[in-house]
Write a protein that binds this ligand. Structure first.
Ligand SMILES: [Zn+2]
Length: 498
């Protein structure tokens, strides 16, 4: 295509040979501001403008260039003949001002583009550095005094490896991108001659070396970077509460097992017990990542503690950062990010063996706790507690120190639709063996559905039998309108007991 283009210029040059004014190459501007969609205006002849450059990566027959959203689609042959026709010298009026009207436009004439990269280096202040932290950048790209409106393809790079490919949409020069600190933003399609200003979005957990970077793109490409220095020391915290498991209708027995999910409500928030200690299946209590399990075998109440528990324990000591870790996995995770390159030894130390959450930033964090599974030989006869608890931890900052505290516990019995304040010291789950009074449909909760089932029985619309009939007999003297009223008062929260 470049060849055709040169030929077109040659025709133009020959046609204008009558003039002595012709200096260098002559042709239309193909800069972004020119509207060359349907019209080719050659207004300047004899100027010093260079022939518009065609990107060397240009593949024949493709239209990869976009100029402010306008397609530079054209047919060079048509353009050439239009030029040739139009440049018949008007006898003695040489050089002429050419005004070419054509329905054709230029093909593969694209503006110059260059490489542009952007990254942020996180300085962890000798603490663990969070390279997964997502930073957001606001772009402002101006060309010839006008904000660019275009799609800018870009890649996220890890070193020289392409991690993923995306498109930055710019509207009147503005657009934004977000990506984790461990990656670099790179585009090979940045138009040249663009005045850019890139501002990082506020992230108060870091001290930034600057708010924005500015410059003008040219063919040599641009590399821009920020430095963000970590403000806080990571802190580990055990939820200051207990899970209480209750069994009604019978005592716990061998084979009973209750498992709980304890996970951050918001994806990306720190995990509960990210580095669990090894736990054999025979343990009464086991802690997992985002979960815990208890296997009570006697009594009717069991406690699954989540609170801090300092014990003498064979921990992993890193000489590089002078820190004790519970597991080698934890040592690897933090020491790699610290870059301390210390060697480790296994030494007994007094450390917290309870599940921990590692907080890196101040803020408010919610953990949702619910019973995921109950195993037993008479599983079918047990109505599991369907309650959910929301445990809220507030992490306060004081200088570079973070202090977490459990600020509230809320309970939901309707699948998380509504929450009511609950005792902070315990998250109680009550499981029923056999008949749970009022829970006619055996879904573990007493709801409006149970009221309706009871009413239908009393009104003889649908007769209850067996366990359902026993559950409907709330007052213990046969199922009557009195049971319906008791259930209704309980469901409508008029009475807190059946
Ligand atoms: Zn270390």
């Amino acid at each position: 295509m470049r060849r055709y283009f040169k030929r077109a210029i040659a025709v133009l040059v020959i046609a204008l040979m009558c003039s002595t004014l012709i200096g260098g190459g002559v042709l239309a501007e193909n800069e972004s501001e020119n509207d060359i969609n349907n019209e080719v205006n050659v207004e300047e002849i004899g100027g010093n403008e260079d022939v518009p450059e065609i990107s060397p990566e240009e593949k024949p027959g493709t239209v990869s260039g976009k100029t402010e959203g306008e397609e530079l689609e054209t047919n060079v042959e048509e353009a050439r003949s239009a030029l040739a026709g139009a440049i018949s010298p008007q006898s003695d009026a040489c050089p002429v001002q050419l005004s070419l009207k054509s329905s054709s436009t230029y093909h593969n004439v694209r503006q110059e583009v260059s490489d542009f990269s952007l990254s942020t280096t996180v300085n962890g202040n000798k603490q663990y550095t969070d390279n997964d932290r997502v930073f957001t950048y606001n772009f402002n790209l101006i060309k010839n005094g006008k904000g660019l409106t275009t799609s800018l393809p870009y890649k996220l790079m890890s070193g020289s490896t392409v991690v993923s490919e995306h498109t930055l949409e710019l509207e009147n020069g503005n657009g934004s991108v977000s990506f984790p600190a461990r990656y670099q933003f790179k585009t090979e399609s940045m138009p040249t001659g663009v005045n850019y200003q890139i501002t990082h979005k506020a992230d108060d957990n870091y001290t930034w070396n600057k708010d924005s970077v500015t410059g003008t793109t040219d063919l040599s490409g641009s590399n821009e970077s920020f430095n963000a220095t970590y403000k806080y020391s990571p802190v580990k915290y055990s939820l200051d509460t207990n899970i209480i498991v209750e069994m009604k209708g019978r005592a716990f027995k061998a084979g009973d097992s209750f498992t709980y999910s304890i996970a951050p409500e918001k994806e990306g928030d720190p995990k509960f017990n990210m580095f669990p200690l090894p736990s054999g299946d025979s343990d009464t209590i086991a802690y997992y990542e985002n979960g815990a399990r208890i296997k009570p075998s006697s009594g009717t109440i069991a406690t699954l503690s989540l609170v801090e528990d300092i014990q003498r324990y064979s921990s992993i000591y890193c000489s590089g950062c002078n820190t004790y870790y519970k597991t080698s996995k934890e040592y690897n995770y933090y020491c790699e990010n610290k870059g301390c390159f210390g060697s480790y030894t296994v030494v007994p130390s007094n450390i917290n063996v309870a599940p921990e959450i590692c907080f890196l930033y101040p803020g408010t964090y919610n953990y949702i706790v619910f019973q995921t599974a109950m195993e037993s030989s008479d599983y079918d006869s047990i109505q599991q507690d369907q309650a959910q608890y929301k445990v809220t931890v507030k992490v306060d900052a004081n200088g570079s120190n973070l202090t977490p505290s459990l600020t509230s516990v809320k309970k939901s019995t309707d699948g998380g639709a509504t929450w009511s304040v609950s005792d902070k010291s315990k998250l109680t789950f009550t499981n029923y063996f056999g008949v749970k009074k009022g829970d006619i449909d055996k879904d573990g909760e007493i709801t409006m559905n149970d009221v309706i089932l009871c009413l239908n029985h009393v009104s003889k619309k649908k007769i209850l039998t067996g366990e359902a009939l026993a559950a409907a007999d709330v007052d213990g003297n046969g199922v009557s309108m009195n049971d319906v009223i008791k259930l209704l008062n309980f469901v409508s929260k008029k009475n807190s007991d059946l």
